[in-house]
Design a protein around this ligand. Structure first.
Ligand code: GLU
Length: 458
């Protein structure tokens, strides 16, 4: 088999939707899996709709997700993407081929592609006029996901608009020919264009690529019905960047929108995705967005992240929240983060979860506050624990534990008689990282001072 060559061919008209990122991803995974080439081609012939801002956002998103492309015009020693807006002369050559072969003609300033087949006229309700139609041969698309799809074109279609701009159908096919694209993986919304594209391939005497039309992404049932729109929460790549999601988690999650490995494993590294990805495992039915799953997958990737990689996004989230600055001790920060890593779903949850490690102005959970204050033994337990903790010559999780165990033995109680009170007294909440290492990390001074303050407020 000839080498696989796939392309991602976005039209940058607005923010990058996860559906667009998924198209890029499936093509990229397929190229990486097969040792083929992944071509990035910007379809920007519609000058009115394409914007620089949308392009910048798209490229930044691709880079963030780690989808590198393999070729393109050289820019400063690097590959730039191909831009259709820069390939005008090249399209003219291809247009000339169709004109020379009698497969294109001019009408009202535009250039039309001429279908082959018997012509007839028919009254058309939509146009409210007699229009010319063609009995063209049906086009059979052997789609990798949907099987055989038969469609028939009935009317000649525009390939160059009257303002001189080539149409999407024309440049899309010409570039797929010129770039020797072997497989086209794109959204199902393009299925209705594919018969036009196949007609153009036939006219150029080139075998069309293999097509795979991917299912639409549907809204999370909790957010409504139908196709996921750009306005739905979680729909834009930019949002994940801003919310400090891990790019490998976003890649993992997006890959599961319409695809799953045979054993249904959900948490997959990029290497595992490349290894397991098969176009034949793509589903036909709409792919449901699932916010909870997204957050679970992010959590699983966050748990697995080596602390060195955890540090930068964590710092960014904490400094955005004003909890740390350049003076914050890295060793302390690393200790805190090691405790939090096991527990939180995303970096955006980190500031609220860990504020009490960095400030005295942390918030107090009202419900837990009430519960603790209701305890008849609160004062007595704190009265026992504070001096025991204060007297400790060495401040380590295990020595704290022995001190509390000592108290428990003495009072014939379980250590859990103290744990919730201590946790709440130093953090203002009822849950969090494991208590003993948390106390160790906070340090003896802070722990004792906070507990005394709590005791005094009872
Ligand atoms: N520019 C088209 C789009 O963004 C590309 C379609 C294709 O992949 O062929 O939808």
């Amino acid at each position: 088999m000839s080498k696989v060559r796939v392309r991602f061919a976005p039209s940058p008209t607005g923010s990058t939707h996860i559906g667009t990122a998924r198209t890029a991803l499936f093509n990229w995974l397929y190229a990486r899996k097969t040792g083929g080439a992944f071509v990035l081609r910007i379809e920007d012939t519609d000058k009115e709709r394409n914007t620089q801002a949308a392009l910048d956002e798209l490229l930044s998103g691709l880079k963030w997700l780690g989808m590198n492309w393999d070729e393109g015009p050289e820019v400063g020693g690097d590959y730039g993407p191909y831009f259709q807006s820069q390939r005008g002369d090249f399209y003219k050559e291809y247009l000339q081929k169709l004109l020379d072969a009698g497969r294109a003609y001019e009408q009202d300033g535009a250039i039309f592609f001429k279908l082959e087949g018997e012509r007839y006229t028919e009254y058309d309700d939509y146009h409210k006029a007699e229009i010319e139609k063609v009995r063209a041969e049906p086009v059979v698309i052997d789609d990798l996901i949907r099987g055989k799809v038969t469609r028939r074109e009935e009317r000649d279609f525009v390939i160059v608009r009257s303002n001189g701009d080539p149409s999407f159908h024309f440049v899309n096919v010409v570039d797929d020919i010129a770039m020797e694209i072997t497989h086209v993986l794109r959204g199902e919304d393009h299925l209705s264009n594919t018969s036009k594209h196949v007609e153009l391939f036939k006219a150029f005497g080139v075998k069309p690529p293999v097509y795979a039309h991917m299912p639409m992404i549907l809204k999370d049932p909790k957010l409504g019905k139908g196709k996921m729109s750009k306005r739905d929460r979680g729909a834009l790549i930019e949002e994940y960047q801003q919310r400090d999601f891990l790019p490998e988690a976003v890649v993992n999650f997006i890959a599961l929108l319409g695809w799953s490995p045979k054993d249904d494993q959900e948490v997959l590294s990029i290497e595992e995705l490349i290894e397991r990805f098969e176009v034949s495992d793509l589903q036909k039915a709409g792919a449901r967005f699932d916010e909870k799953k997204m957050s679970h997958i992010n959590f699983e990737h966050m748990k697995r992240l080596p602390i060195e990689r955890y540090l930068a996004p964590a710092k960014s989230a904490l400094s955005k929240a004003g909890l740390i600055d350049d003076a914050t001790d890295d060793a302390y920060l690393t200790q805190v983060l090691t405790l939090c890593q096991e527990k939180i779903n995303s970096f955006e949850d980190l500031p609220a979860f860990s504020a009490y490690f960095f400030t005295e102005a942390y918030s107090v959970d009202e419900k837990t506050d009430k519960k603790m204050r209701k305890r008849a033994d609160a004062g007595e337990r704190l009265g026992e624990a504070i001096p025991a903790l204060e007297a400790l010559p060495e401040w380590r999780a295990d020595s704290i534990e022995s001190a509390l165990q000592g108290l428990a033995d003495e009072k014939e109680l379980k250590v859990f008689a103290w744990f919730p009170l201590l946790r709440f007294g130093v953090s203002g909440v009822g849950g969090g990282p494991d208590l003993l290492p948390m106390l160790e990390t906070l340090g003896q001074k802070k722990v004792v001072a906070r507990l005394k303050k709590f005791q005094a407020s009872l």
